[in-house]
Design a protein around this ligand. Structure first.
Ligand code: AR6
Length: 180
């Protein structure tokens, strides 16, 4: 089996090197902050590529429900992206590993898949949540994410294809190592 594709029956996890804003999927996951502000990193890139419709919808969601806690996920429109929704998932800030970071990271992936499934979506693209500005150790995060994605996909009724879009070579190589 080629390491960048993990096949689970009719389901698939594919590791892709690239920019998540170029993905054509039903939902693009954003590694967000608690208040869905544009911010930097992948979040800034997604807001810039999506245009004002996404930012407007994010403000509406925030006004309705208030800030996210780590591990939560909410959906907005995707604006100009080649997707139907953006799912904003809040990963944990790394504090050394003793503050339930792994659980919160797993929840961010699991809740995103659950939300996509509830929306009847088939394909979803994730970035490497928490491993940039939030400082989560990369190999550790990749293992938690892959385990969680594999289990969540088994339980999904609608979602069949997950892309994990890794922006730089080091991140891609580390995820590949974790997948092996
Ligand atoms: N496509 C795919 N991955 C990307 C892209 C892109 N266009 N740009 C960056 N990455 P980060 P976090 C990678 O810092 O650690 C934001 O400001 C990046 O190289 O974006 O969860 C939010 O608003 C890294 O591998 O997210 C929050 O405040 C990965 O995406 C905070 O940062 C995640 O890095 C969240 O921090």
């Amino acid at each position: 089996m080629i390491p960048e594709e993990i096949r689970l029956g009719s389901r698939l996890i594919r590791l892709v090197r690239g920019d998540i804003t170029a993905e054509h999927v039903d939902a693009i996951v954003n590694a967000t902050n608690a208040s869905l502000r544009a911010g930097g990193g992948v979040c800034g890139a997604i807001y810039a590529a999506a245009g004002p419709a996404l930012a407007e919808d994010a403000r509406r969601v925030m006004a309705d429900r208030g800030p996210l806690t780590p591990g939560e996920a909410v959906a907005t429109v995707a604006g100009d992206l080649h997707a139907r929704y953006v799912i904003h998932a809040l990963g944990p800030v790394w504090h050394g590993g003793e503050q339930s970071e792994a659980e919160a990271l797993a929840n961010a992936y699991r809740n995103s898949i659950k939300l996509a499934d509830a929306l009847g979506l088939q394909s979803i693209a994730f970035p490497s949540i928490s491993t940039g500005i939030y400082g989560y150790p990369l190999m550790n995060a990749a293992h938690v994410a892959l385990r969680t994605l594999r289990d969540a996909l088994k339980n999904a009724t609608s979602v069949r294809e997950v892309h994990v879009v890794l922006f730089d070579q080091r991140t891609y190589d580390t995820w590949l190592g974790a997948a092996r």
